[in-house]
Design a protein around this ligand. Structure first.
Ligand SMILES: [Zn+2]
Length: 158
């Protein structure tokens, strides 16, 4: 089982985007390097095409996914996974998530957002998973927060 490594700045920008999307779901792509230790090198913002379609409905804009795959061809970076938020505060994959999982190598980072006292959204937990759609179950992927990631791509926080 791999581990996934993000920086505090990357976690903070995911939290900001998830809170901004609340009460709909936010989502984005994770680009990185490595197999056993997957290091996230950058985040790619993506629109949730199904925002407002009810609980746990998200679909990453496929044009962003395709453009990134082209951009990354021949580079050490690749799409290692994606994140999305759950406005009910849970960070476990839902039945909808399991039904949608067709790429077993991708890491699913799920951010649970709950209503804060001010009425906005507030991230309460974040967990990473790999989803096995054939078995209909998920496996946890340890999430490590490191100060510095090895690869400093464009937009990488220093
Ligand atoms: Zn979900």
């Amino acid at each position: 089982m791999p581990v996934i490594v993000l920086t505090p700045a990357q976690m903070a920008s995911i939290a900001d985007a998830a809170e901004a999307a609340f009460p709909a779901e936010g989502c984005g792509l994770l680009v990185g390097t490595g197999r056993r230790t997957i290091t996230v090198t950058r985040l790619v913002a993506a629109k949730n095409l199904l925002a407002g379609d009810g609980p746990d409905r998200f679909e990453l804009d496929p044009s962003i996914h395709i453009r990134m795959e082209c951009d990354l061809r021949g580079t050490p970076e690749r799409i290692v996974g994606h994140w999305h938020s759950h406005p009910d505060g849970t960070a476990q994959p839902s039945a909808t998530d399991l039904a949608m999982a067709w790429e077993p190598d991708l890491v699913w980072l799920i951010v649970g957002v709950a209503a804060s006292c001010s009425g906005g959204g507030q991230v309460v937990q974040a967990l990473a998973h790999r989803l096995d759609c054939e078995a209909g179950r998920s496996h946890p992927v340890p999430l490590r927060i490191a100060q510095n990631n090895a690869c400093k791509g464009p937009g990488f926080p220093t």
